[in-house]
Ligand binder design. Structure first.
Ligand code: AMP
Ligand code: ZN
Length: 488
């Protein structure tokens, strides 16, 4: 409909009109999780943002092939091709096969994605399932003169590549600046240049995941998997490549170099990057120790959480911030989103109760246009949400007899809400079973009162018994300064 979709392209640092290479087809590749541990809420933010982007492209009528990989090999602990790979380390720690680690966390990741109501990608390729493709790509890069073999490991020759192409273009940095900020080689290094990175890594005999290659037994570097799998499923040049902002400087910069060196063309038309989820201003990450898990968020079982939050309230919280802005987690912000989400759901139900009038006092077309304009402006979901709340006010006023809506208005509003709230923002009414939730709320209120009375009388046996019995049902109680709250 209406105005064209504009996408902010990291490569040009501008918003550009989106013109797919082969409309109505759109190729979308997003770097997926490294499945050696549970995904934290920060990872989820990136995948939920791309789910919204995927959903809007579908809503616009594009036929999208959405590829999101699973990194199940080759991701080393250090970013300079050193250390064990993350799977081998975890496997030794947990005394499991590396592929048991992969299976456990892949299933966990899919469960979490389902909780957040994300659509499954069209293809979810794994690094271990594409070893041949990665070897073949490495071989071609050697043949084209941009990689060399050193003691069984294959390195990409960044300085040689930079003679013809601009390495570092994605983050607008020149090779000289990058070199200045990189550690000198220590003389023992197998690399020729400080910025060279591994395409294929020679494995030590004790390394658990290794494969034969023209250069001996080894395993692929982390970056090559995305180049190999994106070109396999989406072609040598495709429309959109996405991931978190932290991947720009190294992972995506190296992906561009590999694909260009192998396929002699720039791989991606639009590079999209999501900003980070932070906690008290610090980026959420496994290493910072502030990475709480979605499960902890739903139950409230984490020191940073005052209570549990439902997945859809969390998704709504994320949609209230633009994907390119940082999003800081706080209990207050989440509780505000919880209320906002409940108001939105209530208004959608109210639409069924409004009595239509013959004439209208409301300009539906203008509202609809504003919603599309917001999404067409680089997927501006916070502005979209503001317009949806304009609709909520109109709906509530009409219900109070202060605004006139025709039957046509009411129908159009229902469709609009359905399209934007459910199809595009990917929300769903978790209380569709309505009555049961109200009943549970009532029962829980009563139980918490009984428990508070028991505690007041120092009858701790009863208060603990209630807490433990609820815990067995998956309901946690948290005592705060304003009394106890519960979550499940
Ligand atoms: P990983 O499993 O570490 O490879 O990360 C998977 C995805 O999550 C990548 O696209 C990262 O950029 C993204 N990511 C990691 N930490 C955060 C965060 N705090 N906020 C948003 N995205 C993140
Ligand atoms: Zn990737």
């Amino acid at each position: 409909m209406t105005q064209q979709l504009h996408i902010y392209n990291t490569l040009s640092r501008e918003k550009e009109i989106f013109t797919p290479l082969n409309p109505p087809l759109v190729g979308l590749y997003v770097c997926g999780p490294t499945v050696y541990s549970d995904v934290h809420l920060g990872n989820c933010r990136t995948f939920i943002s791309f789910d919204m982007i995927y959903r809007y492209l579908l809503h616009c009528g594009y036929k999208v092939r959405y590829v999101r990989n699973i990194t199940d090999a080759g991701h080393l602990e250090g970013d300079r091709d050193e250390g064990d790979d993350k799977f081998t380390k975890k496997a030794k720690l947990e005394q499991l096969e590396p592929m048991e680690i992969v299976q456990k966390y892949t299933l966990g990741f899919r469960d979490v994605m389902r909780e957040f109501n994300t659509l499954p990608p069209s293809i979810e390729p794994t690094a271990t399932g594409h070893i041949c493709e990665q070897i073949e790509m490495t071989r071609k890069i050697i043949d084209s003169g941009y990689a060399y073999v050193s003691n069984g490991t294959v390195y990409f020759d960044v300085e040689n590549y930079n003679k013809k192409f601009a390495y570092g273009q994605l983050t607008n940095r020149k090779l000289e600046d990058l070199l200045e900020n990189t550690r000198e080689l220590d003389g023992q290094d197998e690399k020729k240049g400080r910025l060279d990175f591994a395409l294929w890594i020679k494995a030590k005999p004790e390394h658990l995941m290794q494969w034969p290659s023209p250069w001996g037994w080894g395993f692929p570097g982390w970056h090559i998997e995305c180049s190999a799998m994106s070109s396999k499923y989406l072609g040598n040049t495709f429309d959109i490549h996405g991931g978190g902002m932290d991947l720009q400087a190294t992972h995506h910069t190296n992906e561009i170099a590999q694909s260009q060196a192998c396929n002699h063309t720039a791989p991606v038309k639009y590079w999209m990057h999501t900003n980070m989820l932070t906690v008290n201003g610090v980026r959420m990450s496994k290493s910072a120790g502030n990475g709480f898990l979605p499960g902890e968020l739903f139950t409230g079982n984490h020191p940073l959480l005052e209570k549990g939050y439902e997945p859809m309230a969390v998704r709504f919280f994320m949609m209230q911030t633009h994907y390119r802005s940082t999003l800081d987690f706080s209990n207050e912000a989440l509780q505000a989103s919880e209320k906002g989400f409940a108001r939105l759901m209530a208004a959608i139900k109210t639409l069924d109760k409004i009595k239509p009038t013959a004439a209208s006092t409301f300009d539906f077309k203008a509202l609809q246009q504003k919603c599309y304009d917001a999404m067409n402006d680089d997927f501006n979901t916070p502005v979209l949400v503001a317009h949806l709340f304009d609709a909520v006010r109109v709906i509530n006023s009409a219900n109070d007899g202060k605004e006139n809506l025709t039957a046509q208005d009411i129908d159009s509003l229902k469709t609009l809400m359905h399209h934007f709230v459910f199809d595009v923002l990917g929300l769903k009414d978790e209380n569709a079973g309505g009555q049961n939730t109200a009943l549970l709320d009532g029962v829980m209120k009563m139980i918490l009162e009984i428990r508070a009375e028991a505690k007041a009388k120092k009858d701790f046996a009863t208060s603990d018994k209630l807490r433990d019995a609820l815990a067995a049902l998956g309901i946690t109680i948290k005592d705060g300064k304003d009394g106890a709250v519960w979550g499940n």
